[in-house]
Ligand binder design. Structure first.
Ligand code: ADP
Length: 494
């Protein structure tokens, strides 16, 4: 079950936003339509049932009317028989018109039921027979009255009994047939009523269930909608961040291109002017005597220096372009940082001495191995040592340190140099940035050394930090993820 839910969630996440939006809308709409359809179907069914119930009710009423009319007719004739008064025949006369009407109506009503139609036929013939007997009785009574001539002649008791018995059998048969007919209708009525009640109950239950499903569907849809909204907000946030990054990258690229062009234009102009002057000097070579070759040599040396500078600059630019992003895993090898740093310390001692600086190193006792490209890492640390030498006045000192904590190795280069002003600190890792262009130019930098060092460190998954106080000194720190576990941290001074 949990697996299924996970699969569904995964499917949901992979659906395009538009598809998800459509589904969210589809849930309540489907619930609503299903509810309406189910309600309409149940309503139609119950309306049909109600019609049938009403129909049966009508049959029952009509049957009652028929039976009453028949009884009235008989009672009226009996009363006439006993009293010989015409007034008693009124119900009989009324019944003679009611009975055919009732039978006609019943015929219409039970047309769809062959069994009831057959019974009605039987009832009709029995009723006709009954009415014929009653009519016969009336005729006989009238005849008798005419013969005797008296209006108040009472019927003799024996004749009365005979007379009462007459037609009883037919009357009973008719009643029995009507009862049976009515009984069937009663049963139909009960069944149809039960069916109607059942449908009403089902309608309610279905409506309640659909109501619950609809509500749950709506809640679910709201939940999905909320999720979608969150995701859209996240996406928008990410897009904005990416946009910001792209804008920053574009800005940097623009500055980089502008700076690169500027940096190349200046030495190129110098190379050109030196070459042109050198050519002129060549023309004057014969006239100037001893001085000419010396001047020419100077110009050519200048060209060589400028070309070397340009070549270094192009090399650095190429380096920056080539080592963008993280390094491939196969390019990384375990590097013992203590060994690397102690070799660098030895290599840089003469340089420090030339600048009249004291270079010391403090390296941790425990092994500190990182996965790195050793040449690139050496280059990054060398750039820091070079800056420390260039921006520390004679008599100052430089410290090269290696520390470790549980997860990373920390390489620090600290000097007692001129320092960096706080407002310049956020920019020192930017390409071509120089705190003081004139001063850096004098010391031979293009403002790319720190950018290169930072790019190398980031390519190894590490970070670079700087802290500085003007006129007191600067600390650069490289943090690299350790390649193996370090047991203990200790620092020894050399
Ligand atoms: P550059 O080749 O000009 O030295 P970097 O990228 O190496 O370029 O350094 C950028 C700027 O940061 C330098 O111009 C310099 O002003 C400043 N800087 C770098 N290292 C130091 C340091 N150790 N002490 C003082 N300023 C420094």
């Amino acid at each position: 079950m949990a697996h299924l839910v996970q699969q569904l969630q995964h499917r949901w996440q992979t659906l395009p936003i538009r598809g998800r939006g459509m589904l969210i809308l589809a849930i309540p709409v489907t619930c609503l339509f299903t509810a309406l359809l189910a309600f309409a179907w149940l309503k139609a069914s119950s309306v049909e049932d109600e019609t049938w119930v009403q129909h049966t009710q009508n049959v029952r009423l009509e049957t009652k009317r028929l039976l009453n009319a028949l009884l009235d007719a008989e009672t009226g004739v009996r009363g006439y028989g006993l009293t010989q008064r015409e007034a008693f025949l009124t119900p009989y006369h009324q019944s003679r018109s009611v009975i055919p009407e009732a039978i006609d109506r019943l015929e219409q009503l039970v047309r769809d039921s062959p069994q009831q139609s057959d019974r009605l036929q039987t009832i009709q013939s029995l009723v006709d027979e009954n009415l014929a007997i009653l009519q016969q009785k009336i005729t006989l009574q009238r005849e008798l009255k005419r013969i005797r001539g008296g209006t108040d002649t009472l019927v003799p008791v024996a004749a009365l009994y005979d007379w009462l018995e007459e037609g009883k059998v037919v009357m009973d048969e008719a009643r029995f047939a009507i009862d049976r007919f009515a009984q069937t209708e009663e049963e139909l009525f009960t069944a149809r009523r039960a069916h109607l009640d059942f449908y009403r109950q089902v309608t309610w239950i279905v409506l309640c269930v659909l109501g619950v499903i609809g509500t749950l569907g709506a809640i679910f849809a709201v939940h999905l909608f909320y999720q979608l909204e969150q995701e859209l907000a996240n996406r928008e946030h990410r897009l904005r961040a990416t946009n910001q990054q792209l804008e920053t990258a574009c800005d940097q690229l623009q500055r980089f291109t502008a700076n690169a062009s500027h940096e190349l234009r200046a030495p190129l102009a110098a190379v050109l002017s030196n070459a042109q002057v050198g050519l002129m000097d060549l023309d004057d070579l014969s006239d100037e005597g001893e001085e000419a070759p010396k001047l020419l040599r100077k110009k050519l040396e200048k060209i060589v220096t400028l070309t070397k500078q340009m070549s270094a600059l192009v090399g650095e630019l190429l380096f920056l372009a080539r080592h963008e992003g993280l390094l491939a895993a196969e390019a990384l090898k375990p590097v013992d940082l203590r060994e690397l740093l102690s070799n660098l310390w030895i290599d840089w001692l003469p340089q420090a001495k030339a600048h009249q600086l004291q270079l010391t190193s403090h390296l941790t006792d425990v092994s500190a191995t990182v996965n790195a490209d050793i040449n690139l890492l050496r280059q990054a640390i060398a750039n820091l040592l070079s800056n420390a030498c260039r921006y520390t006045p004679a008599g100052g000192s430089i410290e090269l340190r290696l520390l470790t904590d549980r997860q990373q190795a920390l390489i620090q280069v600290q000097d007692t140099g001129i320092g960096i002003p706080p407002e310049a600190l956020p920019h020192v890792f930017e390409r071509f940035y120089r705190v003081d262009a004139k001063r850096s130019k004098a010391s031979g930098g293009f403002g790319l050394g720190l950018a290169i060092a930072q790019q190398i460190v980031q390519a190894h998954g590490g970070e670079m930090h700087v802290s500085s106080v003007v006129s007191q000194g600067t600390l650069f720190q490289i943090a690299l993820p350790l390649g193996s576990v370090v047991q203990e941290t200790a620092v020894t001074a050399k």
